[in-house]
Ligand binder design. Structure first.
Ligand code: UGA
Length: 436
């Protein structure tokens, strides 16, 4: 089966490469000539573990190709995926659908065979209806079905998530759409991944509801962490104690500096806008967005506290280990590190930082922070060492070396990756999240 993937960013490229790996013939299309040129040279536009090898082997096998020519790329494709960005619209938080609609228009004008058009981009409820309207308006004589097929890929684990999904959700309104999608995902049926067929609107909502629920879970445990610090509890015990209840589940209960990334912040806001438009408030999500926003600066204040409070902290220096919103990505979007660096700068605390992949993208976002080439260079002369992102490289720091290099043995662990007893025994003043 031939599949066209319009948009060769994170979702499009990972999905395209995985579909090709399942044996489909995949063309990834993107307007950005330099991105396509680099892909032809085997250079990935994003950092994702395993993606370069997956792309290379499928290009070599002749199943995966790249082009900027949409009309040519979609020729003969039974399924045309729209996987372009849906950023937050400037000013109001609505998802910006202009790229999705532009692709729908171009597909309608260029279509040369019957096809299913699939929205993989995260789009608000009702977008599929509009895509269908645009395609009809184009006057194409070919049979077209518009289907919703949200992605549930985590950055850093996207290939595994694609190949071994918890579920596949397909929102289709007719048999043609369902049949083609069945064929697209047939290799996964054989893996016995559950496939859920729903209406198109339900499928669109499932994506937002899933991300909003996960963001809520994280925010809930973050507030429990704050409470633990006040009442003398341990949030990791609380998380385990509730997570063993199968109705709650243990995942996404790691307390930390607040969620970031390209999905939760944007999707929770977009859900609020949909709820507003339909006059059906989702107050829990409203609270989650607010609490998470405030939390990021609060983490900066936690560091200032560890430096002895506002007066003592002024003029001191912090080492920031990890800048990306989570490990195994170079993505800095809405990373807590940005607000933390800003809070420190506002309080007159200077900072040096190291991140294994994120420094290039971080530089323009935190010009006041000095970027250095390894963790120990950041620690050199620091008054406090702050673990912002839980990269593996920071899990087993040489604590003697840290103590020798740092001006003071102060460790602020915003991801709870160290055992308090062990670090305190090593002579550190240790602060973590929700472990009093
Ligand atoms: C998220 C979802 O997990 C995916 O299922 C979804 O497909 C994706 O958004 C998307 O909509 O495209 P992602 O943003 O890559 O994936 O990252 P997550 O692993 O979900 O982490 C998001 C944020 O939550 C990170 O800042 C992470 O540090 C934080 N987090 C996560 C916690 O603070 N605690 C946890 O227990 C889990």
């Amino acid at each position: 089966m031939k599949i066209a993937m319009v948009g060769s960013g994170y979702v499009g490229l990972v999905s395209g490469a995985c579909f090709a790996d399942f044996g489909h013939d995949v063309v990834c299309i993107d307007k950005d000539q330099s991105k396509i040129d680099r892909l032809h040279e085997g250079v990935m536009p994003i950092y994702e573990p395993g993606l370069d090898a997956l792309v290379a082997s499928n290009v070599k096998a002749g199943r995966l190709s790249f082009t900027t020519d949409l009309a040519e790329g979609i020729k003969g494709a039974s399924a045309i995926f729209i996987a372009v960005g849906t950023p937050s619209r400037r000013g109001d938080g609505h998802a910006d659908l202009s790229f999705v609609y532009a692709v729908a228009r171009e597909v309608g004008e260029s279509l040369s065979n019957d096809a299913v058009v699939v929205t993989k981009s995260t789009v608000p409820v009702g977008t599929g209806d509009e895509v269908e309207r645009i395609l009809k308006e184009s006057g194409t004589p070919h049979r077209v079905a518009v289907v919703s097929n949200p992605e549930f890929l985590r950055e850093g684990a996207a290939i595994g998530d694609f190949k071994r999904p918890d579920r596949i959700v397909i929102g289709a309104e007719d048999e043609f759409g369902r049949e083609v999608m069945h064929e697209v995902y047939r290799p996964l049926f054989l893996n016995e991944s559950p496939i859920l067929f729903t209406s198109r609107r339900s499928s669109e909502l499932i994506k937002y509801a899933a991300n909003a629920f996960l963001a809520t879970k994280i925010t809930f445990i973050n507030e429990m962490a704050d409470l633990c610090e006040k009442v003398g509890g341990n949030v990791q015990d609380v998380a385990r104690g509730i997570g063993l209840d199968g109705r709650i589940g243990g995942k996404f209960l790691h307390a930390g500096p607040g969620y970031g990334g390209s999905c939760f912040p944007k999707d929770t806001l977009a859900l609020l806008k949909t709820a507003e438009d339909y006059e059906s408030p989702v107050r829990i999500v409203e609270a989650v967005v607010k609490v998470n926003d405030l939390r990021k600066r609060a983490m900066g204040r936690k560091v200032i506290e560890a430096l002895g409070g506002a007066d003592a902290a002024r003029g001191k220096r912090a080492a920031l280990l990890g800048l990306t919103f989570k490990p195994n990505t170079d993505d800095m979007r809405d990373s807590p590190a940005i607000a933390i660096a800003q809070t420190l700068a506002d309080a007159g605390v200077s900072a040096a930082a190291y991140d294994p992949e994120g420094m290039e993208l971080a530089k323009p976002l935190m010009p006041e922070v000095e970027m250095v080439s390894d963790p120990y260079a950041a620690i050199d002369g620091a008054d406090a060492v702050v673990i912002v992102t839980e990269w593996d490289a920071f899990r087993a720091l040489d604590l003697d070396r840290v103590k020798a290099l740092a001006k003071a043995p102060v460790l602020v662990d915003l991801r709870n990756i160290y055992q308090p007893d062990m670090v305190r025994e090593a002579g550190f003043a240790y602060t973590s999240v929700g472990r009093s």
